[in-house]
Design a protein around this ligand. Sequence first.
Ligand SMILES: Cc1cc2nc3c(=O)[nH]c(=O)nc-3n(C[C@H](O)[C@H](O)[C@H](O)COP(=O)(O)OP(=O)(O)OC[C@H]3O[C@@H](n4cnc5c(N)ncnc54)[C@H](O)[C@@H]3O)c2cc1C
Length: 391
Amino acid sequence: MSSVMHSPSGLNFELPEELVLLKRTIREFVEKELWPIASQVEETDEIPQATIDAMRSLGLFGLPFAEQYGGAGVGELGYCVALEELGRASAAFSNLLGAHCSIGAMALHLDGGPELKARFMPALCAGEKLACFALSEPGAGSDAANIATRAVLDGDGYVLNGVKHFITSGDIADYATVFAVTDPARGARGGITAFWVDLNGPGVTRGPKDRKMGLFGSHTCELIFRDARVPADHVIGSVGAGFKTAMKTLDMGRLSLAAGCVGSAQFMLEKSVAYAKERVQFGQPIARQQAVQFMLADMATEIFAARNMVYHTAWKADRGERFSMEAAMVKRYCSDMAIHVVDRALQIHGGSGFMKETGIERAYRDARILAIYEGTNEIQRLIIAEELLRG
Ligand SMILES: Cc1cc2nc3c(=O)[nH]c(=O)nc-3n(C[C@H](O)[C@H](O)[C@H](O)COP(=O)(O)OP(=O)(O)OC[C@H]3O[C@@H](n4cnc5c(N)ncnc54)[C@H](O)[C@@H]3O)c2cc1C
């Protein structure tokens, strides 16, 4: 994408100089700081504090946010370029960043009032405080409009009761964007409100971390609200507009998740090309076998398509255009692509790919969630079809 491709129409696929620099900086950080500890993170199920501090020093936690709050203001395209590079490392790192930037603090950044943002965004941009996004509940996953967490107005604030589950970084976040029902009769159409909630306040408890198939180093847990008081001025946006905030935030989340898919798949392709050239069977490198070449060719083609979808959608987002359908398309396509590519990478590596040492079996397990969270791929298809059929 960095090569110049000007057409007479002015179409330009060149990344701006500052994003080329950003890409290079993050690539170096991934190779120097993140890759060397990827196995350790997997085994201990923890990202060392020193690494979180290094991510903070690099300004990663403020990447997509406005400079007036201390963010880097790199826009959606810049954020996607950064996440593409981070996708080359263990998924634990992009999940930590994604829960905070893409959805947790993003809801506040998109729809929060000026006072609320002025109070909380600077510490979030600096990474001194971490945020998470609490929508899902035991009874409301795909059917997010069916949440049962209640918020009842009581004097100068709201009282929250309910349980959120599978919340990424719920164990370490300081704040959460929490979606709760304020008007049961209206449901998603004006009856759900987004709240900015202090997770260290009274009435909030965190469940034990969930035992998962992968994504070690990134944790999910329940967030339990029992008469948790939230000040009225901690409403994000307006009362009743929470479902819209959730959907708008998830558009951003889906796009950046897709960018991570491109990076992880690209890394798998590079590893596979190198291995295919080096591994000798039947007296020649397996790269000479057309069956292996076809796998590599398909991987590269799918990555090429995915990257273009991500960049195009990010460009649209940065122009302030609506991109809900494209966000659903890129999330659906790029997650399936990443799952397919890592499966092919494992196949090319043969038995070695199944062993811990190559890091491919970890990427294989980590990829599987991509088709599930931030809205399953079936739900993405429903969103695309709804947009198409609306006319
Ligand atoms: C590791 C992890 C991290 C997560 N992080 C967060 C987080 O930070 N914040 C948060 O709020 N949530 C989070 N989630 C929750 C995640 O968003 C949900 O798991 C996801 O939306 C699916 O909901 P569900 O698990 O209840 O599945 P269900 O909704 O029960 O779906 C089960 C199956 O039925 C299908 N299905 C359901 N309805 C339909 C339909 N109408 N048409 C076709 N198929 C349908 C689904 O596609 C799926 O295949 C996380 C989950 C995991 C596993």
